[in-house]
Design a protein around this ligand. Structure first.
Ligand SMILES: [Zn+2]
Ligand SMILES: [Zn+2]
Length: 358
């Protein structure tokens, strides 16, 4: 290859890169930057009918256009890809490793590349204080979190209109060299993230009026935790990727942890329930037929025909907590009989007892 043709090739490649970086997928699909998923779908359907190769035999321009709208649709109809495109442009979504400017300086120093995908942000924990009744019957808890989200107005670009300039401070590298003094007379040049563009290498030409170019805003979000029947204490209900959003990370999860409040009558042990039942001395001696108020408001019949010993435990299978995941399966109910003795006996009673129990 002659030197001239090599030069020409370089020039063509450079032009192609410049052209591709200017690619506006929203214009391609003839929609606004705030288009909903439905609008994207509709517009793609309309345009693909117009440019489909089957309807435009041999028309090269139509075929090229069809390839273009298909690609734009593939990116914009995928929420994750659309987010990356909105924030960092076309190259970031088609070639995730293109922007070395964002590479971790330490990883670069030790020769390691950036790990595939964006790192996950921290999880947020919420405690749900639940009564035993709520855990027995199932419940829904609504709670509100206040979190940072990718600015919905500029879709995280920080720009009013999507136009970006190369950062003047770092010349688009995202990194600047800094002199750091470790000891008197001992200076080391280190690389640091550019504080003007925060490592992006570009700045919005016109800042978004909602987030003022910061790319994130505050948002209140209501979440509904579905507490299923029989959930055990410390069970975690996970809301995937509902935590803080940031341009550089995948959001962490919001984790709602089930906490069981103490109950005035029942104690829980796994799927089993324990309760104390007070019976009179007469009932202990002659037997009884009583009911116990269950956590769902129903009455469980319990009876004994024989003498009940002090603190004797009666077991009722199938009357404990519902088993989480299989609520038709229930634990046991353990009923401890607490005999209430009379405070004192009358003379007549004393005589009667002596006659009956010689
Ligand atoms: Zn910069
Ligand atoms: Zn914004």
């Amino acid at each position: 290859m002659s030197r001239l043709s090599a030069l020409l090739l370089c020039l063509i490649v450079a032009i192609c890169i410049t052209l591709s970086s200017a690619k506006d997928l929203y214009k391609t699909l003839e929609i606004s930057r705030n288009a909903t998923d439905d609008e994207i779908k509709k517009s793609f359907r309309k345009l693909s009918k117009k440019y489909h190769p089957d309807l435009n035999h041999g028309d090269k321009a139509a075929k090229d256009k069809y390839v273009e709208i298909s690609e734009a649709n593939e990116i914009l109809s995928n929420p994750e890809k659309r987010q990356i495109y909105d924030m960092d442009g076309y190259e970031a979504v088609t070639n995730p490793n293109h922007n070395n400017a964002q590479m971790d300086p330490f990883a670069a120093m030790f020769g390691a590349g950036r790990p595939a995908g964006r790192p996950k942000g921290p999880n947020a924990m919420v405690e749900l204080q639940l009564t035993l009744e709520q855990l027995f019957n199932g419940h829904e808890v609504k709670f509100t979190i206040n979190r940072n989200v990718i600015c919905p107005t500029c879709r995280g670009s920080g720009s009013h209109d999507g136009h970006m300039h190369t950062c003047k401070k770092c010349n688009g590298k995202g990194q600047v060299m800094k002199l750091q003094q470790f000891a008197p007379g001992f200076q080391v040049q280190t690389q640091a993230q550019c504080d003007v563009c925060n490592g992006r290498g570009k700045v919005p030409a016109n800042k978004c009026e909602v987030c003022h170019g910061h790319r994130i805003t505050k948002q209140e979000k209501e979440l509904t935790a579905v507490v299923e029947r029989g959930m055990p204490p410390d069970h975690k209900i996970v809301f995937e990727r509902e935590s803080e959003q940031s341009p550089s990370t995948t959001p962490g999860d919001v984790i709602a942890v089930v906490k069981q409040l103490p109950h005035s009558r029942f104690k829980r042990e796994g799927d089993d329930l324990h309760i104390d039942m007070v019976i009179s001395l007469k009932e202990a001696l002659l037997g009884f037929s009583k009911t116990i108020l269950q956590l769902d408001g129903t009455q469980i019949p319990i009876s004994q025909q024989v003498v009940t010993q002090p603190f004797e435990v009666l077991v009722l299978p199938g009357h404990g907590m519902p088993h989480h995941g299989i609520p038709s399966q229930r634990g046991k109910l353990f009923v401890r009989c607490v005999i209430q003795y009379p405070q004192q006996l009358s003379n007549e009673q004393k005589v009667a007892v002596t006659e009956l129990f010689p």
